[in-house]
Design a protein around this ligand. Sequence first.
Ligand SMILES: Nc1nc2c(c(=O)[nH]1)N[C@H]1C(S)=C(S)[C@@H](COP(=O)(O)O)O[C@H]1N2
Ligand SMILES: [Mo]
Length: 222
Amino acid sequence: MDDRTIGRAGFLGILGAGALGLFFARDVTGVLGRVVPNSVSSVVPTNGSWRIYTVASMPNIDPAAYKLSVDGLVSSPKTFTLADLKAMPRAEQVSDFHCVTGWSVQNVHWGGVRLHEVLDRAGALKSAKALTFVSAEVPYVDSLTLDQALLPDVMLAYDMNGKPLSRAHGAPVRLVMPEMYGYKSVKWVNHIDVRSTADYGYWEQNGYDKDAWLGRSNGFGV
Ligand SMILES: Nc1nc2c(c(=O)[nH]1)N[C@H]1C(S)=C(S)[C@@H](COP(=O)(O)O)O[C@H]1N2
Ligand SMILES: [Mo]
């Protein structure tokens, strides 16, 4: 058990769990974390190290030229610069990261923005039910339903462990979806297509489990 994580529940109370039975809380500094460690972390004995993945070639994006476009089922399609994203309310969290191939990195500190910040500005329509995250690394892509994307610990991250996200980890902006296997956490995201259905992503089309929730697939299920 992770005592530090459990201890957080005592600070500022428990935030929404939603229908998914996930519980979150903020520590004294306001950083979000999971109250109950997920079953996956509790059977992973050591804190591993990252493997850097690409399927084509690693984009080299000038942060000053970066643009995130948000379009599809929205009332006003928008394009955000990195400065625009940084001007939005900042979100921070500590979460674990699990690749379905069996490695994990625990207690990663992320900084960025929640999805609702960009969706509110673009005005998601009633028919909007899912988001497709498109990487500058063509053809990498993956999707979340709107409900999944709006979980308290899902974010567009531009900082990792107190520093700007590195190129290898998806600079300047990647998706972080800690409740699901790492293939959902699209790196070098530069386009969010708001859609009516969540289409399968790159790895789901290439044999990875279509149910990406932690513990349900191969790897560390209990
Ligand atoms: N653009 C892009 N995003 C990606 C991938 C990739 O190959 N390309 N790999 C995914 C997988 S399978 C994992 S486990 C994580 C790995 O994150 P890292 O490369 O920062 O360690 O990125 C995910 N996002
Ligand atoms: Mo992965």
